[in-house]
Ligand binder design. Structure first.
Ligand SMILES: Cc1ncc(C[n+]2csc(CCOP(=O)(O)OP(=O)(O)O)c2C)c(N)n1
Ligand SMILES: [Mg+2]
Length: 363
């Protein structure tokens, strides 16, 4: 089916980092470029560490951002503190920029729910990441409704994957966002895969962005490997939503260069040729090449940045490892105000077992 809707698609830099359109003035601001670049590099190094921690049994699982760093970084650079992020599980880049600590992200994936009790006041109202597919889109509409009712100029930003756009929850969220003209921005990370299901068989529509049209608001596509294009379109979307002009859906075309999570082996269902091809488009090299062409980057600066980011990641790992395990019975807290007798007995057994283990370890 042809894309008769002719939705906008934005790209400012080609895969070699060469401008393909007139650049906005901010696109040559060294401070901004460095900030975007630094956060992408930090995310990639954190990802590598998180995967290594999973492989050595120190965290349970992890969903790498590899290849999709630009999306979260553009969102994080533009959301205002008073906005609310309603993320999904592939959002390390934006969460870190919002103020979630990297050790909290490790705690979360290590199975410790204290990883979602963010310490930084700046993220006190952000939601924990969401694993059930697409349910967060509805939560974001709830948040946006509250902003609208209170007359606040705040925006709820929610993210999801390409596969999530097939879910009823996602389509219901679009519908209510359009019907009530809510201040919400939907960012779809179209990384071409929903675990082993490729985008081409996920949905019959030529774009995912056009789902917004059916709900009565703007949808558009952006090159998800081009952080400058993402920055430009995210800025416009936030502006629009903040000023009561309704929701926006941004479909960011990226590629999941890594496994779905550490529990997956993508070599079983896609060719190395396809992945090799996708590496040609990845976002970090693209911005690096552009910065080098502006005289803003060289090998020395690259090495210094990597060392600095690696030290930051290492510090987070140490902070994560210094956290003592919660008592086993903590898993049962906040469930009942009045404990049923049978469960109270089990809680007591857990306590006794933990006590015996503690004693044995001291012998
Ligand atoms: C309600 C629900 N159904 C199924 C799953 C299992 N599941 C986890 S990730 C995933 C695929 C999601 O793909 P996509 O939305 O493209 O996001 P990506 O992981 O590619 O970023 C599925 C089906 C789930 N977590 N929640
Ligand atoms: Mg996907």
């Amino acid at each position: 089916m042809p894309d008769t809707l002719n939705l906008p698609y934005t790209r400012l830099l080609d895969p070699q980092g060469r401008p393909v359109a007139e650049l906005p003035a901010w696109a040559t601001d060294p401070e901004l470029l460095l900030r975007l670049y630094r956060q992408m590099v930090l995310t990639r190094l954190f990802d590598q560490k998180a995967v290594a921690l999973q492989r050595t049994g120190r965290i349970g699982t992890y969903a790498p951002t590899l290849g999709q760093e630009a999306i979260g970084v553009a969102i994080g650079a533009l959301m205002q503190r008073e906005d609310v992020l309603v993320p999904y599980y592939r959002d390390t880049a934006v969460q870190v920029m919002r103020g979630v600590r990297m050790e909290e992200i490790l705690l979360y994936w290590g199975g410790d729910e204290r990883g979602s009790a963010y310490v930084d006041a700046a993220v006190a109202e952000d939601f924990p990441l969401c694993v059930p597919i697409a349910t967060q889109a509805l939560h974001a509409c709830g948040v946006a409704s509250a902003f609208k009712i209170r007359g606040q100029h705040r925006v709820a930003v929610t993210t999801c994957g390409d596969g999530a756009t097939s879910k009823g929850d996602f389509l219901e969220a679009l519908n209510v966002a359009g019907a009530w003209q809510l201040p919400v921005v939907f960012v779809v990370n179209n990384n071409q895969w929903a675990i082993s299901v490729p985008r081409r068989i996920q949905c019959g529509a030529p774009t995912l962005a056009q789902k917004a049209i059916g709900a009565g608001f703007a949808g558009e596509q952006v090159d998800g490997n081009d952080v400058l294009a993402l920055y430009a379109r995210m800025q416009a979307a936030l502006e629009r939503a903040r000023h009561g002009k309704g929701p926006v859906l941004l479909e960011c075309l990226s590629y999941r260069l890594g496994d779905h999570t550490t529990a997956d082996d993508a070599t079983r269902y896609r060719s190395s040729e396809e992945v090799k091809q996708a590496w040609q488009e990845e976002p970090i090299k693209r911005l690096q090449a552009f910065m080098a062409s502006q005289g803003l980057w060289d090998e020395g600066r690259e090495q210094a940045l990597i060392a600095e980011c690696q030290a930051q990641v290492q510090q987070a790992v140490e902070a994560f490892e210094a956290v003592t395990e919660p008592p086993a019975e903590a898993a049962l807290e906040y469930v009942y105000a009045q404990w049923p007798a049978a469960l109270a007995e089990q809680r007591e057994m857990l306590r006794e077992r933990a006590e015996r283990r503690r004693e044995a370890s001291h012998e």
